[in-house]
Ligand binder design. Structure first.
Ligand code: SF4
Length: 244
């Protein structure tokens, strides 16, 4: 999936210092957590952590994104890997977890996250996701950002690549205007988007896709139809903005 490391490590906005980009700052969390931060605000999708339960606990509600589009971002789904799962492998356990989540909460899509433990023992989450998609008939998307690959910001960028590779461009909007915009790197933290979006509307701009605060999974599928991409947090998703 990572085809161009430069896209993942380049600077954000012009004021960024190179020594701050994609490098851990003291106390910063891991790449897995960074990927969760970007994708978990999609609240009508389920987010399944394939790893020990502490990874899920580490990332749960880490950012305080609010949503009126669903509540799945507030639920923690994990395979809770144990010693036996590490010894014998747990791809089958992951598949059954995905199926149970689908049966229980009927998400619009499911994101499946690798972690240090599942990544180190070589769990093939891509294969499990493909199999689950075939069986369930919804999008099941692998997020390969185990914590050991780097700091939080690298995970942000990997999550952006996941959106580019698996989500954006896979749907079409019901209607378009000449003033459709995307908001990239806007996470609706504490509901800030609910203050700014009405102002944008008064200015005649329609937010076509939010990435990802207060977003639906579906609206991100048609983000490629926007006339303008507005970057709110370049440090997190400059790679998505440039690709768009
Ligand atoms: S992915 Fe690795 S670094 Fe991140 S929370 Fe899990 S064990 Fe810790």
């Amino acid at each position: 999936m990572i085809t161009n490391i430069d896209k993942l490590t380049e600077n954000g906005c012009g004021t960024e210092k190179t020594d701050k980009v994609c490098r851990s700052r003291g106390g910063e969390s891991c790449a897995f957590d960074g990927a969760m931060i970007v994708l978990q605000p999609i609240a009508d999708a389920a987010h399944v952590v394939h790893g020990p339960i502490a990874c899920c606990g580490n990332s749960w509600e880490g950012r305080g994104s609010l949503s009126k589009k669903g509540s799945l971002h507030r639920m923690g789904f994990t395979t809770d890997m144990s010693e036996l799962d590490i010894i014998y492998g747990s791809e089958e356990k992951l598949f059954h977890a995905i199926r149970k989540i689908f049966d229980e909460v009927r998400p619009k899509a499911i994101f499946v996250y690798s972690t240090c433990v599942s990544g180190l023992i070589g769990e093939d989450i891509d294969a499990v996701c493909r199999r689950a998609e075939t069986v369930l008939g919804i999008r099941v998307i692998p997020v390969n950002a185990p914590g050991f690959v780097g700091p939080k910001n690298l995970g942000n960028r990997i999550a952006g690549e996941v959106l580019l590779d698996h989500v954006i461009g896979t749907g079409e909007p019901p209607s378009v205007t000449g003033y459709d915009i995307n908001l990239i790197g806007e996470y609706n933290i504490a509901g800030d988007l609910w203050l700014t979006e009405p102002i944008l509307e008064k200015a005649g701009l329609k937010v076509l896709s939010r990435m990802t605060g207060d977003a639906t999974f579906e609206e991100i599928t048609w983000a490629h139809r926007a006339k303008l991409n507005v970057v709110v947090c370049s440090r997190a998703l400059i790679n998505v903005a440039k690709e768009m």
